[in-house]
Design a protein around this ligand. Structure first.
Ligand SMILES: Nc1ncnc2c1ncn2[C@@H]1O[C@H](COP(=O)(O)OP(=O)(O)O)[C@@H](O)[C@H]1O
Ligand SMILES: N[C@@H](CCC(=O)OP(=O)(O)O)C(=O)O
Length: 374
């Protein structure tokens, strides 16, 4: 049966560590994707590589680190990238389209709908949408940086049947094989545990950005959107077809048990938090392990200026992000009731819902942030 698939290709699969685009690789991927499309599947491509393709052309000797330099390199490289894809897909008789997105494009309903509509029309016309982050306008705090989460959000947006994250490693290992040669490959993942985030390290090559950690986060987002994910390598003819058929060189993440309601997907992955609520240890335990709601008694303080109905981040005393939820209180109300019993809180402020965050409007964040800072 024809399927809709999103394929993400990382910088490390398209460019060399020294920078510059490997046009043979671009042609190879175009042929592999073309073969899947010829078998009546709908194919979307999320590609990285703009910075890596552009930095030499602009005159830098190594991949830039400063934001404005990366943005400039990406602006040059994106054109080179699209030129290469045009040529490569053109040789397969396939037209391509460039789509550049940023995180707020997913959190703004109107923009997301427009992007979705455009993509649907392109797919209908059998054009391959080629998607990258709009690096020129993406602001620091909201930047994807890597394209792994972007590809997962795209997969959820178009309700893809599968997400294929292609990289230079043939799957997720028990440790980064570049550092630990004895690491063993994990063939299949049904539950994304904190342990998985711990074993996944950062980027291995000098051109890649997110490493395995951001790929696992992408798999989590996709799984919770009901999309199964493959993380692995496609290096020879037929590899992508094999990955698609379930016998690829990589790790498969199932989607079945994990899909979240669209409201929780919105809260967890798409919304832009408007402030923070700091909670104590008891509340942390109740939220993360007790499946309970957040009550005023467990709240220490509020940061920022938010209103009832806004999404906020919940953090512990050290600022570690525990998750996100819809706050039933304004920030000033939280300040007024922090640490009080529900009874006392009701006396102090007028509220219809005593839970500061209801458990049905709460999404926990994995330990990723903590791991990153190590
Ligand atoms: N547990 C792990 N299993 C496999 N690879 C890992 C692991 N931890 C870290 N890595 C690294 O992740 C790298 C792939 O990510 P990245 O360099 O960002 O590639 P891409 O450009 O394809 O997104 C691999 O080269 C590898 O060194
Ligand atoms: N938007 C950027 C993505 C940067 C990046 O390195 O991403 P990735 O290779 O997916 O880890 C680019 O095109 O260069």
């Amino acid at each position: 049966m024809a399927k809709r698939i999103v394929v993400k290709i990382g910088s490390s699969s398209l460019t060399s560590d020294e920078g510059g685009l490997n046009r043979d690789k671009v042609r190879f991927f175009a042929r592999e994707l073309g073969a899947l499309q010829a078998a009546d599947n709908q194919v979307l491509l999320v590609t990285s590589g703009a910075v890596a393709a552009g930095f030499r052309r602009i005159g830098y000797t190594s991949r830039p680190k400063l934001m404005h330099e990366k943005q400039a390199a990406a602006a040059v490289g994106q054109a080179l990238l699209m030129e290469a894809y045009q040529e490569a897909f053109g040789a397969e008789g396939i037209a391509v389209a460039q789509i550049l997105l940023t995180r707020p494009d997913f959190s703004n309903r109107g923009r997301a709908q427009n992007a979705h509509r455009t993509i649907e029309e392109l797919l209908k016309q059998r054009v391959v949408p080629i998607i990258n982050e709009n690096d020129t306008v993406a602001i620091d705090e909201l930047k994807f940086g890597e394209n792994d989460s972007l590809s997962a959000l795209v997969a959820n947006l178009v309700k893809a049947d599968g997400l294929y994250i292609l990289t230079d490693m043939d799957g997720l290992y028990t440790a980064d094989p570049r550092i630990s040669p004895e690491a063993v490959k994990i063939e299949r993942v049904d539950v994304i545990s904190d342990e998985l985030y711990r074993i996944a390290g950062g980027a291995g090559s000098s051109v890649g950005t997110g490493g395995m950690r951001s790929k696992i986060e992408a798999a989590r987002i996709a799984m919770q959107g009901g999309v199964s994910t493959f993380i692995g390598s496609v290096a020879d003819e037929g590899d992508l077809k094999a990955a698609f058929a379930g016998s690829g060189r990589g790790t498969y993440f199932s989607s079945s048990l994990h899909s979240l309601s669209s409201k929780k997907q919105w809260i967890g992955f798409l919304s832009v938090p408007q402030g923070r609520i700091v909670v104590d240890n008891g509340a942390e335990e109740a939220l993360l392990h007790g499946g309970r709601s957040l009550l005023p008694a467990g709240v220490s303080s509020a940061e920022g200026d938010f209103h009832p109905g806004d999404v906020v981040e919940v953090v512990d005393a050290d600022g570690r992000v525990l998750g996100r939820g819809l706050s039933n209180y304004a920030s000033w109300q939280i300040t007024a009731v922090a640490g009080l019993s529900s009874e006392e809180a009701r006396r102090r402020i007028e509220t219809t819902r005593i839970e500061v965050i209801h458990r049905d409007e709460w999404v926990a964040t994995p330990i990723m942030k903590e791991a990153e800072s190590k």
